[in-house]
Ligand binder design. Structure first.
Ligand code: COA
Length: 149
């Protein structure tokens, strides 16, 4: 990749770009207002990935008493398959650990092989299935954990 990839904390100025990626990637996208709220919440850490300063992906974690709930992981379709999600999540986990998060969890659609593969590469393992967790379309969720030994 010749372009410069930077992973940095999400800022209010990023919300418009992040909302576009939400709308592209998710059937039930978060609103701009929801992002404004997490950016003002000390328990939340949200990052963006930029390529030559353009926002191409995001992810976030909510610190619940030392457990990190990861959500909103997405990379714009045009930039997938270059390792951006992997690098971004590695940085999220590093920064989360620095803030005292020991164990990380997330849910993922059972059919989402690209995401499951990426999470497994980062050390997440499936610990169960939550039936019919998702809507639009209805689908089971795999619950994954990355626990500090
Ligand atoms: C999941 C997502 C964030 C991955 O982003 P990305 O930047 O393309 O991810 P990476 O390039 O870091 O890694 C993708 C990996 O999945 C693999 N992959 C892609 N499609 C796959 C498939 N159908 N089956 C198995 N593996 C697949 C790639 O080969 C790559 O692995 P590798 O690096 O070992 O070759 C992206 O696909 C996305 O935004 N999807 C829509 C939103 C979404 O589903 N988010 C997750 C919600 S839980």
């Amino acid at each position: 990749m010749n372009r410069r990839l930077v992973i940095r904390p999400m800022a209010h100025e990023d919300i418009e770009s992040v909302s576009c990626i939400e709308a592209e990637c998710f059937s039930m996208p978060w609103s701009a207002e929801a992002y404004r709220k997490v950016l003002e919440d000390d328990k939340c850490l949200y990052l963006v990935a930029t390529l030559d300063s353009n926002v191409v992906g995001m992810c976030g974690v909510v610190n619940l008493l030392g457990e990190g709930d990861i959500n909103n992981v997405a990379v714009t379709a045009a930039e997938r398959g270059q390792g951006i999600a992997f690098v971004m999540l590695k940085e999220l986990i590093k920064r989360g650990e620095e803030r005292g998060i020991a164990d990380f969890t997330l849910e993922v659609r059972v059919s989402n092989q690209a995401a499951i593969h990426t999470y497994e590469k980062l050390g997440f393992v499936s610990e169960g299935i939550r039936p019919k967790f998702y809507e639009k379309p209805m689908e089971d969720a795999m619950i994954m954990w990355r626990r500090r030994m």
